[in-house]
Write a protein that binds this ligand. Structure first.
Ligand code: VGL
Ligand code: ZN
Length: 203
C-alpha cells in the first residue's frame, strides 16, 4: 500500500524569532503545519518530525570552521520544538546533524531513536510521496526535498509552511526554484488538506 507521509522539518526554537539562528518569521509555519499534521493523522497517514540535533563542538558551527552560530545543541532549550507545534500521537522523530564533521542538512541524514534512517522508515511504511514543510527553505527543506526526489519519491512542499534564512537575498526563492526543477510540487497547505479529504471520501 503506497501513499504520502508528512515531514515537519526542524520547527525548533533556535530557528524561530528569539532563537540563535532565527529565520525571519520562522514561527509562521507552525499554524499551517499543525493543520497539515492533524489532517494526516486523521487520515491514518504517517507524520514525521526532524530536529537539528548538534553536538556542542561541530564543524557546522562558526567557531569550528562552519557557517553557523551555535544552535540546536542536543538537550538545549533552543533545540526543543516550538511550544505551539502540535505533534500528533505516534509522530516519528528523526534527529540529524549529529555527526560533528558534517552539516547534516537533509532529514535523510537523520536517524530515529531506534537507529533507523528516514529511507528505511519510509520504505517500511510504504511511503512513495513526501509532503514537506518547516525550516529552513534554503537549507534543510531544500536538502530533504532534493534527496527525496533523487530517491524516486514524489515530493510536495507546502509553500505557506516553509520559511528561509536568506543569508543572501533570494536564497529561498532560488531554493524553491531548484526544488521545482527537480520535480517537486509546490502547493498550499489548504490544497493538500483538501486532497486528503477527497482521498478519504473516495475510499
Ligand atoms: C538548518 C542551518 C543550519 C536548517 C540547520 O534546519 O535548515 N539551517 N542548520
Ligand atoms: Zn544546524
Amino acid at each position: 500500500m503506497n501513499g504520502p507521509a508528512l515531514i515537519l522539518v526542524d520547527v525548533q526554537n533556535d530557528f524561530c524569532p528569539g532563537g540563535t539562528l532565527a529565520v525571519p518569521d520562522g514561527d509562521r509555519v507552525v499554524a499551517p503545519l499543525n493543520r497539515a499534521a492533524a489532517a494526516f493523522a486523521a487520515a491514518g497517514l504517517p507524520v514525521l518530525a526532524s530536529r537539528d540535533w548538534h553536538p556542542p563542538h561541530t564543524a557546522h558551527f562558526q567557531a569550528y570552521g562552519g557557517l553557523w552560530p551555535v544552535h540546536c545543541v542536543q538537550g538545549s532549550a533552543g533545540a526543543d520544538f516550538h511550544p505551539d507545534l502540535q505533534l500528533p500521537a505516534g509522530t516519528l522523530l528523526l534527529s540529524k546533524g549529529i555527526d560533528e564533521r558534517l552539516d547534516g542538512y537533509s532529514a535523510f541524514d537523520g536517524i530515529t531513536a531506534a537507529g533507523a534512517t528516514l529511507a528505511e522508515v519510509l520504505a517500511a511504511q510504504g511511503v512513495d510521496h513526501l509532503v514537506i514543510g518547516g525550516l529552513a527553505t534554503d537549507y534543510c527543506v531544500r536538502a530533504t526535498a532534493l534527496d527525496a526526489r533523487e530517491r524516486g519519491l514524489a515530493v510536495t512542499v507546502l509553500i505557506d509552511a516553509v520559511a528561509g534564512v536568506d543569508l543572501q537575498p533570494g536564497d529561498s526563492d532560488r531554493a524553491l526554484a531548484a526544488m521545482h526543477r527537480a520535480g517537486t510540487r509546490l502547493c498550499t497547505t489548504d490544497e493538500v488538506v483538501a486532497e486528503l479529504a477527497r482521498r478519504g471520501t473516495a475510499t
